[in-house]
Design a protein around this ligand. Structure first.
Ligand code: MSP
Length: 550
């Protein structure tokens, strides 16, 4: 096996003054599917998520509740972490911006920026979005009608003596970056928006605040706290302990200090489109100022909307945790993950979540295709060969399965690598649909009748079923990162062991192989004992849905 690549993938770190909802779950699931696939490829993956805990909003909410900001942050961060666990996420660490090791490193970076002159003390006036803790220029504020694009609350004119980051000095370098690396920001529609805004010209941005306390203190000037966005962006490198000699790393997960440095630069920073500017412009400029490498790709997905409308708490159509739990209870976790990954807004368009659509996708793709194919094939091996995988002596009607299956896996791999997740998954489904068609054509149940008395027919049946079960195994490799529990159940039934590369027990298999090797035709050995599987039970449409359909 070639040397393992160090791959780093990150989600935004989530604000602790919100409750976990579909948006947080979605981005984290996307990163999880990618991370799991890359691990299955044998790569050395580090997947990070966490919570963003400083800032005025947290300070205010805590005061309103009569608790300290730290108490509020502890409580809500724990809630986020616990919630994310429910979604089968395989993050290697969970960073918190109140972690003293993070804070120490943020101060070290800001100190470096101060001493190089990239951060200076000055006075600033601009339009401030209190909800988002973000400043806008006059032009931008005017475009927005002087209202927050997120909360629609009026922007307020604010003036502050602050530390500033010399963002304007990076205009030329950023333009060069975007020109030289067209894939630095994806998808393309988002890149074009960033380029458009970049053309308006960059202004220096404040990196400290004095009107509240809940944040990382400015080094050597404790009256100021570091602006929450600057503090937050640094999480991507503080989690790796990139500051020389800091020896710092998060509390759990693998490696510490120096051993995590190999993961930088990140392969993907994934986030929603509303926070792209910070990641596509401010973050690379900060990294340039610190002379650190830039991430490979900043990927901004679009938004989930519901039944054609923006989700909002006031409309009551918000997919909060309670609503999501309803789906998990009825359809199971992997069905939820499948819907997120294959139907989600990874591209430039928002994606519409509807209960009816969820049900249709579940039934068509998971019950009728994945589940049906796997159960059909394993049931026939059970019935005709006592559950023992028969050998393929080349007697059955042939498809060029070796080439077909390999091609699907290769295309899925390319798609996963490019973060085109629904495309990747569709390669697995396409392979299973071909298996179904092959079964319908070759009619093994009929061949089985003749096989009772005819050795030739028995050999033919053996060939047909071997080819089918081998295809099911190969398809499961493509689907595993999206539906880890169900595919693990399938691997158990097929008796092929854990090939996910995610669990400790599978490390050896992973290091020896990688997905293309695992997918090689013939991996399923004749003589293997397999069991019949029922992966996705049919779910009845509930009354409310029936009512809305008719
Ligand atoms: N704390 C900042 C991020 C700092 S990163 C250095 C923040 N936090 S957040 O809690 O508001 O999370 C925002 C993220 O949640 C979005 O970028 C996106 O990943 C996800 N989503 C929130 N609502 C969403 C939808 N309706 N649809 C899809 N994802 C969305 O911003």
């Amino acid at each position: 096996m070639n040397e393992r690549k160090a791959i780093y993938v990150t989600t935004p770190i989530y604000y602790v003054n919100d409750r976990p909802h579909i948006g947080h779950v979605y981005t984290t699931t996307v990163c999880d599917a990618y991370a799991r696939f890359m691990r299955m490829c044998g790569e050395d993956v580090f997947f990070l998520t966490g919570t963003d805990e400083h800032g005025q909003k947290v300070e205010k909410s805590a005061a309103a509740k009569g608790v300290t900001p730290q108490q509020l942050a502890d409580e809500n961060s724990a809630e986020f972490e616990k919630t994310l666990r429910k979604f089968g996420l395989s993050n290697d660490d969970f960073i918190r911006t109140t972690d003293p090791e993070h804070m120490k490193q943020v101060q070290a970076y800001v100190r470096t920026l101060k001493s190089s002159g990239a951060v200076y003390l000055g006075e600033f006036e601009g339009w401030y979005d209190e909800g988002q803790e973000e400043y806008y220029t006059e032009t931008k504020a005017k475009d927005l009608g002087y209202k927050s694009p997120v909360s629609a609350r009026p922007l307020v004119k604010a003036k502050e003596k602050n530390y500033y980051f010399k963002l304007s000095a990076f205009q030329g370098k950023l333009e060069e970056l975007f020109k030289a690396r067209p894939d630095f920001v994806r998808p393309e529609a988002r890149r074009n928006e960033v380029l458009g805004r970049l053309k308006e010209g960059l202004q220096d941005v404040p990196v400290s605040r004095t009107n509240f306390r809940w944040g990382v203190e400015m080094p050597d000037d404790p009256e100021h706290v570091i602006y929450v966005w600057i503090d937050a962006l640094f999480n991507y490198i503080t989690a790796l302990g990139l500051v020389k000699g800091s020896g710092c790393a998060g509390k759990n997960g693998k490696g510490a200090g120096d051993s995590r440095r190999k993961y930088w630069p990140a392969k993907y920073h994934v986030m929603g489109k509303e926070i792209l500017w910070f990641h596509a412009v401010i973050w690379p400029a900060l990294l340039m100022a610190l002379e650190l490498d830039l991430p490979e790709c900043v990927y901004a997905h679009s938004f989930w909307i519901r039944d054609g409308q923006k989700m909002s708490k006031s409309l009551g159509n918000f997919l909060d945790l309670e609503a999501i739990t309803g789906f998990l209870d009825r359809y199971g976790l992997d069905a939820w993950r499948y819907y997120m990954v294959t139907q989600g807004p990874l591209g430039a368009q928002d994606a519409n979540f509807s209960d009816t659509h969820f049900h249709e996708v579940y039934t068509t793709d998971l019950v009728n295709t994945v589940g049906n194919c796997a159960s059909r094939v394993t049931a026939m091996i059970g019935k005709y060969f006592d559950g023992v995988v028969p050998g393929d002596a080349g007697a059955g009607p042939r498809n060029d399965w070796n080439a077909i299956a390999t091609e699907h896996v290769k295309r899925a791999k390319e798609a996963y690598e490019e973060l085109e997740l629904s495309h990747a998954v569709s390669e697995g489904l396409a392979l299973l649909r071909k298996v179904d068609a092959y079964i319908n054509e070759t009619e093994p149940f009929k061949v089985a009748k003749a096989a009772a008395t005819d050795a030739g027919a028995k050999a033919k049946l053996a060939s047909i079923l071997y080819q089918c079960v081998e295809c099911v195994r190969v398809a499961s490799l493509i689907l595993g990162p999206v539906m880890p529990e169900k595919m693990m159940a399938l691997w158990k039934a097929l008796n092929v062991g854990d090939v996910s590369g995610t669990n400790a027990g599978a490390v050896n298999a992973r290091e020896a192989k990688g997905v293309l090797e695992l997918a090689k035709w013939g991996g399923m050995k004749a003589g293997t004992k397999v069991e019949k599987v029922a992966l996705f039970p049919r779910v009845e449409v509930v009354k409310a849905e029936q009512a809305s359909v008719t």
